[in-house]
Ligand binder design. Structure first.
Ligand code: GLN
Length: 196
C-alpha cells in the first residue's frame, strides 16, 4: 500500500471521540494507513490533517461539545482549510443549526425511527460501483445552499454531500469492509495537505 502522505510524514486524522462509533472509524482509517488520534478536548486538534465526526446521538454529542468547549476550535479547524468528514449524527453536528460548518439543514431521524434502519446500494461517485450503505435512524439533507454538491439521494433526499473540504454522509461507511468512502475523504486530506 502506498503511504497516505504525499511524502514524509504520514497523514494524521482525528476522530471526535466524545460519543458514538468513533472506534470503528479509527479501525478503517488505520487500515488505510492513516495515523489516528481520538479527539476529546481542543488541544487534541493540534497538528491534525483532517477530522471525522462519527455517528451516534447528536443531542449527546452537542452536550459533549459544549462541555469541552469544542465548538469554536472545530470551526477554526474548518476555517484553516482542513478536511472534515461527518457521518450520520456527524452530518447533523456539522449543519447550519449546530456547528454551522456546512451549508445544509439536516432533518434528524428523517426516515422514521428504528423501523427505518436499512441498507441500500448507493452510487456516490466512488470508482468500483455503488457502496452498500447502512442507514440507522439516519438524517437526510432537507435544505442546502448553492455551494453544496449533493453526491447521492434516497427517495429524492440528499444523503451524501460535499462543500469545499467538508464531506457528509447520512449512512455508516465505517460498518462493513468497504473502505472507499473513507478513501475519498483521505484523498481530500492528501490534496489539502499538498496544497497547503
Ligand atoms: N438519530 C441519531 C441522531 O439524531 C443519528 C443516528 C446515527 O448516527 N446513526 O443523533
Amino acid at each position: 500500500m502506498p503511504p497516505p502522505g504525499a511524502a514524509g510524514d504520514p497523514i494524521t486524522v482525528g476522530v471526535l471521540a466524545l460519543q458514538g462509533d468513533f472506534e470503528a472509524h479509527g479501525l478503517v482509517l488505520s487500515r488505510l494507513g492513516a495515523v489516528v488520534r481520538e479527539v476529546r478536548v481542543p488541544t487534541d486538534l493540534d497538528g491534525l490533517d483532517g477530522l471525522v465526526l462519527p455517528g451516534g446521538e447528536s443531542t449527546t454529542m452537542t452536550l459533549g461539545i459544549e462541555r469541552e468547549r469544542l465548538a469554536d476550535p472545530l470551526r477554526a479547524f474548518h476555517a484553516s482549510g482542513k478536511p472534515i468528514f461527518g457521518t450520520c449524527a456527524g452530518l447533523i453536528m456539522l449543519d447550519r443549526e449546530h456547528l454551522g460548518i456546512i451549508d445544509i439543514r439536516a432533518e434528524r431521524n428523517a426516515f422514521g425511527r428504528q423501523v427505518r434502519s436499512f441498507e441500500a446500494p448507493l452510487e456516490i461517485g466512488v470508482s468500483g460501483g455503488p457502496v452498500e450503505a447502512v442507514f440507522i435512524r439516519a438524517p437526510w439533507i432537507a435544505e442546502h445552499g448553492p455551494t453544496v454538491e449533493i453526491l447521492a439521494e434516497v427517495e429524492g433526499h440528499g444523503v451524501a454531500a460535499r462543500e469545499g473540504a467538508v464531506i457528509v454522509v447520512a449512512f455508516h461507511p465505517e460498518l462493513g469492509d468497504d473502505d472507499r468512502v473513507h478513501e475519498l475523504f483521505l484523498q481530500s486530506v492528501r490534496d489539502a495537505r499538498a496544497a497547503a
